[in-house]
Design a protein around this ligand. Structure first.
Ligand code: NAD
Length: 352
């Protein structure tokens, strides 16, 4: 066995159907007296219901969370924090809402209770990305890691399949890259494989018209483990290219991860053979990129970069940006090879 370093991140995880009812107890364990409940405008009703269940521990609701954690939204939330003497935050929602909770914790160090309702995985990571004047900056600090997370699969029942499928594939992408990370270790690799298996089993059922509660629970379990992988080891070409495409062309976060993961896996296939074997085994297929492609076809509305409205000249720009600032990837990151991978994704062909 190769030598490795494993560092456990500390967070308390409460998992199970209906366990949102324990939010008040969990806040008390954190020593909170007046908690601010955060949500997006779309999930304000859920935030209000949660606030009611918190009784005197509820200090208010702030429902203006937005994608990519805009600093001006955090500034508005900070006014409420100060006016209402808030001493903890409860984030109910996807990565956008959890991002706002993290941004408040970054400024105040107050405890966070995160209650995720998508599969983005942000609740498990000490990473925060914030946007100001159109520029996104990311930092890693334990200050932003939520102290407690409640995973209640019932909260994901309302997630429409067109968001649930790509969100689950986004989580799979965290785990695939964890398997070939430069700083990988046996513990995180174990989590990654369990996560891919749980998510891949769930994806076909997430796309069905009838609600499958077991699939929703499996997907959330897999998303938790994928978030733990994202938190623990470095990501590579897949995340870099998705951030480049998403940021430059304003593409939907989950959908672009979902489309690209078969192609980035194919890019690395011959340079990360053990990771590919592990991924294929977790997917229950012979070929990892092929298995990911089949799941992508099943779960994404957009089946190619062309479907996102990109043009071939956009691909040239993306390839140039993706090779800027050298970073670790098992296969050297070369512009011509990246451009060719993007062409395959543009055409939506099965990755070879
Ligand atoms: P999101 O939080 O923006 O949610 C998408 C939409 O779905 C929102 O309108 C939301 O209100 C709605 N929604 C969420 N859960 C729902 C449910 N159960 N039922 C119905 N509607 C629901 O999207 P996301 O993909 O969860 O998060 C994306 C953001 O998270 C991005 O900004 C990304 O950069 C960030 N992110 C950060 C990390 C990190 O470690 N810092 C990790 C992953 C993602």
């Amino acid at each position: 066995m190769e030598p490795f370093v494993y560092e456990a991140l500390s967070s308390r995880v409460v998992f199970g159907r209906g366990r949102i009812s324990e939010a008040r107890d969990e806040l008390e364990k954190l020593g909170a007296k007046r908690a601010l409940v955060l949500s997006t405008p779309e999930q304000e009703k859920d935030a209000q219901a949660l606030a009611s269940s918190l009784g005197p521990l509820a200090g208010g609701v702030f429902s203006q969370a937005a994608m990519h954690t805009p600093v001006d939204v955090t500034n508005q939330a900070m006014v409420v924090v100060s006016d209402k003497s808030i001493d903890a935050v409860v984030s109910i929602g996807g990565g956008s809402t959890i991002g706002l909770g993290k941004a408040i914790a970054l400024r105040t160090d107050m405890p966070q209770l995160a209650i995720p309702t998508t599969y983005a995985g942000s609740e498990m990571t000490p990473i925060i990305g914030q946007t100001e004047d159109g520029v996104k900056t990311t930092q890693t600090t334990l200050k932003v890691l939520p102290e407690t997370v409640i995973y209640d699969p019932e909260l994901t029942y309302t997630l429409p399949s067109f968001i649930a499928g790509p969100s689950a594939m986004n989580a799979i992408a965290h785990s695939v890259e964890a398997l070939y990370a430069q700083d990988r270790n046996p513990i995180v690799s174990m989590l990654a494989q369990a996560s891919i298996e749980a998510l891949a089993t769930a994806v076909p059922n997430l796309m069905s018209d009838t609600l499958d509660s077991e699939a929703r629970a499996n997907a959330q379990y897999g998303a938790w483990l994928a978030g733990a992988c994202l938190a623990s080891v470095g990501m590579a070409i897949h995340h870099k290219i998705c951030h480049t495409l998403g940021g430059t062309f304003d593409l939907n976060h989950g959908a672009v991860h979902c489309l690209m993961i078969p192609y980035t896996a194919a890019y690395n296939r011959d340079h990360a053979s053990e990771a590919m074997k592990q991924t294929a085994s977790a997917l229950g297929v012979d070929d990892a990129p092929g298995g990911l492609y089949d799941l992508m076809l099943l779960s994404n509305k957009q089946k190619s970069l062309r479907d996102f409205g990109l043009t071939e000249s956009d691909l040239d720009r993306a390839a140039t940006l993706a090779v800027k600032n050298p970073y670790y990837n098992p296969r050297p990151v070369e512009k011509d090879a990246i451009r060719s991978m993007l062409q395959d994704a543009f055409e939506g062909v099965r990755p070879m």
